[in-house]
Design a protein around this ligand. Structure first.
Ligand code: 5GP
Length: 190
């Protein structure tokens, strides 16, 4: 998506060869007009798929998922990163290895908000190694819901997540795919 690529070129900061900072428009300060364009693009790509719920993960996925949900006219559920033990039977949980902070944490979503009848689109800001996405996919599977696919803002295509998830037969639509990046040369898109 040209407009997102241009914005990354203009305002993204390549911290090192594998971390891109986009906190001026995507995951700290948020450009909701840009999010609306992204939401419309995912709605176009997934038109006719009967998406009735968007699933994301706190915290950085929530903003973009909420605005995208307006284009689909569906509710958003965000998986919570839980520190406490959850009561079995009330929630679905999955372990996720953190890309940004290291270590493993659990994500959880209440069984009341993910139903077997749901047709779910997962939305997230970044796809790197795919751990966050795999955790969310696990929650959808546990619920017996139908996974329609994933809408990702920025995929770092040089990291293995995208290939891994697509190899599972899951549709992934990333609006900007980064081929490589460095602080010296900036970002190159696929
Ligand atoms: P994954 O689980 O695919 O390895 O990483 C996904 C999560 O890590 C995203 O939800 C995002 O919060 C964070 N993340 C991964 N790579 C980057 C990056 O280059 N920049 C930023 N700001 N966050 C990232």
């Amino acid at each position: 998506m040209k407009v997102l690529e241009e914005r990354i070129r203009r305002d993204g900061i390549v911290e090192d060869t594998d971390v891109l900072k986009v906190d001026s428009f995507l995951n700290h300060q948020m450009d909701v007009e840009l999010f609306a364009e992204m939401g419309r693009e995912w709605a176009r790509l997934y038109a006719g798929e009967g998406v009735n719920k968007i699933l994301t993960i706190e915290a950085s996925g929530i903003g973009v998922a909420c605005v995208a949900a307006q284009a689909f006219h569906v509710p958003v559920v965000f998986a919570k990163k839980s520190r406490s033990k959850n009561i079995a039977g009330e929630v679905y949980t999955a372990p996720v290895e953190s890309f940004t902070h290291g270590g493993v944490y659990d994500i959880m979503v209440s069984r009341r908000f993910l139903l077997p009848s749901d047709r779910v689109l997962i939305v997230d800001d970044f796809l790197a190694n795919g751990a966050a996405l795999q955790g969310l996919i696990s929650l959808v599977r546990q619920a017996g819901a139908t996974l329609i696919g994933a809408g990702i803002a920025v995929e770092k295509a040089f990291q293995p997540g995208g290939a891994r998830i697509r190899a599972m037969g899951i549709r992934v639509e990333s609006l900007a795919r980064i081929k490589c990046m460095s602080p010296e040369k900036g970002v190159e898109f696929c």
